[in-house]
Design a protein around this ligand. Structure first.
Ligand code: DHK
Length: 143
């Protein structure tokens, strides 16, 4: 079986560590990548971040051919991108949506996720540990 899990991160997540730490915590994206790799050491983790919608879509297209599962924090594109949703609809493996913050406790514009239409599960509000649980969920779904 293909052993590659794509962990995709959307806009502004490259700023983690100093970006509103009271909301997103102090873990950097590199810290989160290390968490992901340590959680599933026997899997290949394609860990990526982009501030560009089209680049995230291209990575989803790559995962359609080469990936077993997707963990995605689409960040702001969660709430705006039908294009990203359309790409994710083509992916046949398990998708877990993750958010560092509890988007449902925040401003109303963070409350409707397009991505949730295709995710088998959503993890929000658990900070960097949310990625750990997301990877466990994808691994379990593929077992
Ligand atoms: C990250 C973002 O950048 C925001 O646009 C989302 C999400 C929340 C997070 O909590 O990881 O609303």
């Amino acid at each position: 079986m293909n052993k590659t899990i794509y962990v995709l991160n959307g806009p502004n997540l490259n700023r983690l560590g100093t970006r509103e730490p009271h909301i997103y915590g102090k873990a950097t994206l590199a810290d989160i990548e290390a968490i992901c790799r340590s959680e599933l050491p026997d899997w290949t983790i394609a860990f990526r971040q982009s501030n560009h919608e089209g680049e995230l879509i291209a990575w989803v297209h790559e995962a359609i051919a080469a990936g077993a599962g997707i963990v995605i924090n689409p960040a702001a594109y969660t709430f705006t991108s039908i294009a990203l949703l359309d790409a994710l609809k083509m992916f046949e493996g398990p998708i877990i949506e993750v958010h560092l913050s509890n988007i449902h406790r925040r401003e109303s514009y963070y409350h409707h996720s397009y991505v949730s239409k295709v995710a088998i599960g959503v993890i929000a509000g658990l900070g960097a540990d949310g990625y750990r649980f997301a990877l466990r969920a994808v691994s379990s779904a593929l077992a």
